[in-house]
Write a protein that binds this ligand. Structure first.
Ligand code: GZL
Length: 319
């Protein structure tokens, strides 16, 4: 009798185990507020984040702010109302985030910064910042030019600068790093500096104004991203000058368009700024949600690509 009862109990337990659906953990829900779609870099960044979320089975609520801070604040408030597990965003500008990030903190929703930094009074308002060192990117651009200038030691080089979005971390820091390196070099002088808002159209428009005002006095263009450089290259050609020769062109990002311009001899160097942050973002978000410690700062690894290596490197480019 005992034997039969044990057999029956075992059979019942097996039946229950087989029939009960595997207890699937609820998928992680991340609310992501993206700057916009202003550049090749941004497009690659968005693709990386969406692909990584899909691969990790993360539910991604994605909002494009069209480069407006008020849209990012609205999106973050919406994520709080939806009780997402984690909020991540690339802040379009550095300041103006304290209030909404305090609301996220009060709601116990951790915030991860990707790509760009914020200026907040309380660093506990975000758990981690994953992105490039923009000051170093500006230094790398400056170092390339200092070395280039040594080839013509007696020539003074007048530089025009296309800055990124006003108030954004990459614009502030890339300007700072570049100036730090060229400071004290009497042969290198920035004669005009204005924002092109990281877009091709605005970069072309501002370069046209620079050319109108300074004409052949311009020896170098330093653009805070490849998209503005590519727009400026069109303006330089339309002015009857040769970009990459009559005007040295230096830019940052390392997108495919920059490699194509270097191969065509129209761009002299691009400083890489890696947009492929998706996998690292998903890992940090999962760790945060699981209550694991995460690094406060994760700096992405990047290089510098002068025109001489563009053709060889191009097939390896992932964005
Ligand atoms: C840099 C990123 C910048 C890129 C631009 O991490 O924030 O914004 O350099 C993009 O191309 O628009």
């Amino acid at each position: 009798m005992m034997k039969r009862r044990t057999l029956l109990t075992t059979a019942l337990a097996a039946a229950v185990a087989l029939s009960a659906p595997a207890f699937a953990a609820k998928p992680l829900v991340i609310g992501f507020s993206q700057v916009g779609a202003e550049s090749e870099w941004r497009t690659a960044n968005t693709v990386s984040i969406k692909d990584a979320a899909k691969k990790e089975g993360v539910t991604l609520k994605f909002a494009d702010a069209q480069q407006k801070q008020e849209n990012q604040v609205k999106a973050i408030r919406s994520f709080i109302a939806q009780r997402v597990d984690v909020i991540a965003f690339s802040p379009v500008v550095e300041s103006g985030w304290d209030t909404v990030l305090r609301e996220a903190k009060r709601a116990n929703i951790p915030v991860i910064l990707t790509d760009r930094a914020v200026n907040v009074s309380d660093p506990s308002l975000y758990v981690s910042f994953l992105g490039s060192d923009f000051v170093e990117e500006g230094r790398r651009a400056g170092r390339w030019l200092v070395e280039r200038q040594k080839k013509t030691p007696d020539a003074a080089l007048n530089i025009v600068e296309l800055q990124g979005t006003v108030g954004s971390a990459p614009a502030l820091d890339r300007k700072k790093g570049f100036e730090e390196v060229i400071a004290g070099n009497a042969k290198l002088k920035v004669i005009r500096s204005q924002t092109g808002d990281f877009t091709r159209a605005k970069g072309k428009e501002v370069m046209e104004a620079f050319l109108k005002a300074e004409g052949k006095k311009i020896n170098v263009l330093y653009a805070h991203n490849d998209d503005m450089a590519i727009g400026a290259i069109q303006a330089i050609e339309e002015a009857g000058l040769k970009p990459g020769k009559d005007i040295i062109v230096i830019s940052i990002d390392g997108v495919k368009g920059a490699f194509e311009a270097m191969i065509a001899g129209k761009l002299n160097v691009t400083v890489e700024c890696n947009p492929l942050l998706g996998p690292q973002l998903m890992q940090i978000a999962k760790d945060v949600a699981a209550g694991k410690p995460v690094p406060k700062r994760v700096v992405t690894q990047e290089g510098v690509f002068p025109a001489e290596v563009a053709a060889k490197e191009f097939p390896n480019r992932k964005y």
